[in-house]
Design a protein around this ligand. Structure first.
Ligand SMILES: C[S@@+](CC[C@H](N)C(=O)[O-])C[C@H]1O[C@@H](n2cnc3c(N)ncnc32)[C@H](O)[C@@H]1O
Length: 311
């Protein structure tokens, strides 16, 4: 089964598996429907959300150097392109870029973002693919003979476990072929900054995570009540990561399809994880995925890193 019915069946399978496990969780990729993408865009504009600020400040420096290395006519493939804003810095720096391919799981948001971008870059071929990059991705373009740059900003690599991140990097190498890959990686372990970014933003982060339960109700046959849950952020060591949880305020039994979902008071659903990597830890991860270090940019406080990798 493929198309919307196949996607719904997969969502139901994943939700059932996650919500009936001894430690409940939902895959973070389901946070990204149109409502989730819109909420995240508002989070990015909030002063608390330092990854956006740090990465945007570093990008012009990295873009100039990447442009010099790639030369004219490059094709840029972005994984998890979201609002397709940061790509403007790269497209502006590159010499006569040939094409931009935006890959994202949030279909309507993706299509609208590329439609907004295209008129400003009439000489760049604009393509998009709604795909789940936790699986092999088929591109709408042949890369053979092209100069290729992969782009994976937003510290989304941290949403994978280290083993999953290595597998993603390995798949990306297979997709991109001989290429450079610019990846944004958060290294922050400053509790105040993390609490601000992951729990603050004036309640937008809570709304972003609670939207996942609202999405369950919109798309699947369930009576789960988002009002019975509150958002909580947990800073976990070894490996250093921030976990987002939705915690049940009161004990309750809900239904998903014909299966019961029972919650004790205080029991939680993990909805996302953000792993943090020192520069060396990330280089080791990249090497395990078949990439060597080719460039590095860091903010003055050493909190956020842009890594340029070579396949
Ligand atoms: C943290 S946002 C980053 C957005 C943008 N690249 C930026 O840096 O501002 C993550 C993006 O990745 C997309 N995404 C999340 N999981 C995905 C998956 N499994 N496959 C494809 N896209 C995914 C989301 O829809 C979202 O647009």
């Amino acid at each position: 089964m493929s198309g919307p019915e196949g996607e719904r069946a997969e969502f139901l399978r994943d939700a059932l598996a996650g919500l009936t496990a001894p430690e409940k969780s939902l895959p973070g990729k389901y946070l990204w429907d149109e409502a989730g993408s819109g909420l995240f865009d508002r989070i990015c504009g909030h002063a608390d959300y330092y990854p956006m600020r740090e990465e945007s400040a570093l990008l012009p420096r990295a873009a100039a150097e990447v442009a010099a290395r790639l030369g004219p006519g490059a094709t840029v493939i972005e994984f998890g392109s979201g609002a397709s804003r940061k790509i403007r810095t790269l497209l502006d720096a590159l010499a006569r870029p040939a094409a931009y391919v935006a890959i994202d799981i949030s279909r309507d948001y993706l299509a609208a973002a590329v439609a907004r971008l295209a008129p400003d870059y009439p000489d760049v071929e604009m393509l998009w693919s709604c795909a789940d990059y936790t699986k092999p991705v088929r591109l709408p373009v042949t890369l053979e003979g092209r100069s290729v740059l992969g782009f994976y900003p937003g510290t989304s690599i941290g949403n994978f476990t280290p083993a999953e991140a290595t597998a993603f990097l390995d798949r990306a190498r297979a997709t991109l072929g001989p290429s450079l890959f610019l990846v944004g990686v958060d290294a922050t372990w400053d509790r105040e900054a993390l609490q601000g970014a992951y729990a603050g933003s004036d309640g937008l982060m809570a709304a972003f995570h609670l939207n996942l339960l609202a999405r369950l109700r919109r798309e699947l046959d369930t009576d789960i009540d988002p009002g019975n849950f509150r958002h909580e952020v947990r800073l976990c060591p070894d490996p250093e990561r921030v976990e987002a949880h939705l915690v049940a305020r009161a004990a309750a039994t809900y239904r998903l399809g014909d299966r019961p979902l029972t919650f004790a008071a205080g029991e939680s659903i993990r909805t996302d994880t953000s792993h943090k990597y020192t520069p060396d830890a990330f280089r080791r991860l990249a090497a395990a995925g078949g990439w060597e270090a080719a460039g590095f940019w860091q903010d003055p406080l050493g909190r956020y890193n842009l890594h340029l990798l070579r396949a």
